[in-house]
Design a protein around this ligand. Structure first.
Ligand SMILES: [Zn+2]
Length: 226
C-alpha cells in the first residue's frame, strides 16, 4: 500500500542538495580541522575534572564550527529542507489516508498496524521516520497497533502454528553454481504455496487484529507454540 524508497524521499525533499551544500561548506580547511579536533575529543566522560579539561581543549573548535552551523545560510537551508520534508510527509499521509478510505469504501475503518516495522515498508528509512509517519497517519485514520509475532513466518493458508515459511531459491544459478534466495518472496513448505512476503504478513496482521477484537486472543497459528 505504501512503499516508499529512500531515493524517492531524498529526491522529493532535495536532501542531496542540502547535504551537498553542507559538505561543500564543511570542506574549508578550518572546518575540517575543527571537525577532526571535535571527533578526537569526546566529551562523553563521567569525571567532572576530565570533562572540564577536555571541554577547555575542545572549546576553540566549537567556536570555529559555530561559524558554519550558526550561520544564517545554514539556518535558512535547514529551514527550507525541513519545510520540504514536512510538506512531503503531509502529502504522503494525505494520499495514503485517501487510498485507505477508497479501499474501505468510506471513512469507517480501522488500520491494523504491525507493532514492529511491518507492513509499512519504507526501504532504507530508519525507524524514526517510520514512527513519525505512523504518528502523522494516526491523526487521519484509526490505527490499532497489532502484535506481529510470526506474521512473516506463518502461512496464511495452512495456519500451521509450528512450520515457518522460507525464502525460496531462485531459478538462475550464481557463477559459483549456487542459487540465491528470492528477496520479498516466501514459500510454505507444508502446502508449497508462494507468497509475496508483505502480502502474507499483511493478511496475518489483519487476522491477528480481528482475532483479538472478536475473542480477545491472537489466532492460535500466530501464537507461541507449546
Ligand atoms: Zn501453507
Amino acid at each position: 500500500m505504501l512503499n516508499l524508497a529512500r531515493a524517492e524521499y531524498d529526491h522529493e525533499t532535495k536532501y542531496k542538495a542540502f547535504k551537498g551544500w553542507l559538505e561543500q561548506a564543511a570542506r574549508s580547511p578550518a572546518y575540517v580541522a575543527a571537525h577532526s579536533e571535535q571527533s578526537r575529543n569526546s566529551l562523553k566522560v563521567m569525571d567532572v575534572a576530565l570533562f572540564e579539561a577536555r571541554y577547555r581543549e575542545a572549546r576553540p573548535a566549537f567556536e570555529v564550527l559555530r561559524g558554519l552551523y550558526g550561520s544564517r545560510t545554514f539556518a535558512k537551508r535547514r529551514f527550507l529542507y525541513a519545510r520540504r520534508s514536512q510538506s512531503y510527509d503531509d502529502r504522503l499521509v494525505q494520499t495514503t489516508a485517501k487510498k485507505m478510505a477508497a479501499m474501505a469504501g468510506g471513512r469507517d475503518f480501522v488500520v491494523a498496524y504491525g507493532d514492529g516495522d511491518f507492513p509499512l515498508v519504507i526501504k532504507g528509512l530508519g525507524s524514526s521516520s517510520h514512527k513519525k509517519l505512523m504518528r502523522l497517519l494516526s491523526k487521519k485514520v484509526r490505527i490499532v497497533l497489532t502484535r506481529e509475532y510470526r506474521t512473516t513466518k506463518a502461512c496464511p493458508r495452512c495456519r500451521c502454528q509450528t512450520s515457518s515459511m522460507k525464502q525460496p531459491l531462485g531459478n538462475t544459478p550464481q557463477p559459483c553454481g549456487r542459487r540465491s534466495r528470492v528477496h520479498g518472496l516466501s514459500q510454505c513448505y507444508e502446502c508449497g504455496r508462494l507468497w509475496a512476503r508483505d502480502r502474507a504478513a499483511a493478511l496475518n496482521i489483519a487476522r491477528s487484529f480481528v482475532g483479538c477484537f472478536r475473542t480477545g486472543q491472537t489466532p492460535t497459528y500466530l501464537s507461541r507454540a507449546g
